[in-house]
Design a protein around this ligand. Structure first.
Ligand code: PMV
Length: 322
């Protein structure tokens, strides 16, 4: 165990295509967003202080044993258990999470903080964990927070590379997820625009579930069409076909609108990006606010950034993939 402090970080994420349908076993493609990161510092605490979490972003500080139901407390205890710390020898640690990733914006802030926490604790104890094990620990934390997560956020953030993701479905005798690297023929650029509207993922995911239960035929059809778009996007990415990629991204947006998870603010930014020359644009993540992404090239990046700011984006950033 280290006697000096340890710092670990984890990136935000973007869902390039397939959100929501991925909860129902359809494929999706996700990318790490290295420009925004969460960070967790673990340092030795005072003797007898036990495990303390200090979260300056939340303005909160607590002892794990005093608030053991807090999702971060549960994650600390589960991670230590995985690392063989079964509580027989009490640990005095101060754990400080901070994050530059906006919350409830579709950028995976919760999963990034959780991943940085698992990574920092494991590194501090001198037992770094492989990405799949970090993803598993973070998945149970996400489950407590939003019910039926597909597992895509924790996976892309733990692996920190573009992934093809299909959730494991018990009913199909496929309990394990499929996680594959995505072949990217040539680097491409995305502009991300934040509507500033905040909507926790569990709300839109819950609403889609209610609508799917009320009208399974219509929703299965939408999921099927998204599945087909995601498969075509994989091919377009591998073959560096930016024209098809853009059209498919637009098609995914139309399907998300039909599903009812878009919003006027998202559609304003999507239209602004398209009108400014983006090859394609769509919401990314849970929807009902949060962020959208636009596919651009060297000549359209500046006009699209400008158009998004003009259309009311509270934050605009660009990222290159990979
Ligand atoms: O809003 P985010 O960043 O948590 O993305 C959620 C993606 C969904 O497909 C809507 C939900 C999920 O668990 O996959």
């Amino acid at each position: 165990m280290s006697q000096v402090s340890t710092i670990a970080t984890a990136p935000g994420k973007l869902i390039l295509c397939g959100e929501h349908a991925v909860v129902y076993g359809r494929p999706a493609i996700a990318l790490p967003l290295h420009a925004l990161r969460a960070q967790v510092m673990v340092m030795p605490g005072n003797k007898g202080d036990g495990l303390r979490l200090v979260a300056p972003d939340l303005g909160q500080e607590w002892r794990v044993d005093a608030d053991h139901d807090h999702p971060l407390s549960v994650l600390v205890l589960q991670t230590l258990e995985r690392l063989g710390q079964n509580g027989q020898k009490p640990l005095d640690l101060t754990i400080t999470p901070t994050s530059e990733i906006p919350v409830a914006a579709g950028l995976g802030s919760g999963a990034a903080v959780a991943t940085a926490l698992v990574r920092a604790l494991a590194d501090y104890m001198g037992q770094p964990l492989p990405p799949e094990e970090m993803a598993t620990l973070v998945y149970s934390s996400e489950e407590r927070l939003h019910g039926t997560p597909s597992g895509i956020d924790n996976t892309v953030i733990a692996f920190e590379r573009a992934i093809w993701f299909e959730r494991g479905m018990e009913m199909d005798n496929q309990p394990e997820p499929t996680i594959e690297p995505v072949d990217i023929g040539a680097p491409f650029r995305l502009v991300v625009g934040d509507t500033g509207e905040r909507s926790p993922t569990h709300r839109s995911v819950g609403e889609v579930r209610r609508r799917w239960q009320a009208d399974p035929g219509r929703y299965e059809e939408l999921f099927y069409r998204i599945d087909s778009v995601v498969r075509q996007i994989r091919i377009a990415l591998a073959s560096d076909d930016i024209t098809s990629l853009g059209l498919l991204i637009n098609e995914n947006q139309e399907l998300l609108e039909a599903m009812g998870v878009s919003s006027p603010a998202l559609e304003r930014l999507v239209a602004a990006a398209q009108n400014a020359g983006a090859w394609g644009a769509k919401l990314s993540g849970g929807g009902w606010g949060g962020v959208m992404l636009a596919l651009v090239d060297e000549t359209t990046v500046e006009p699209v950034v400008e158009a998004l700011a003009q259309a009311g984006a509270v934050r605009v950033l660009t990222t290159q993939v990979p």
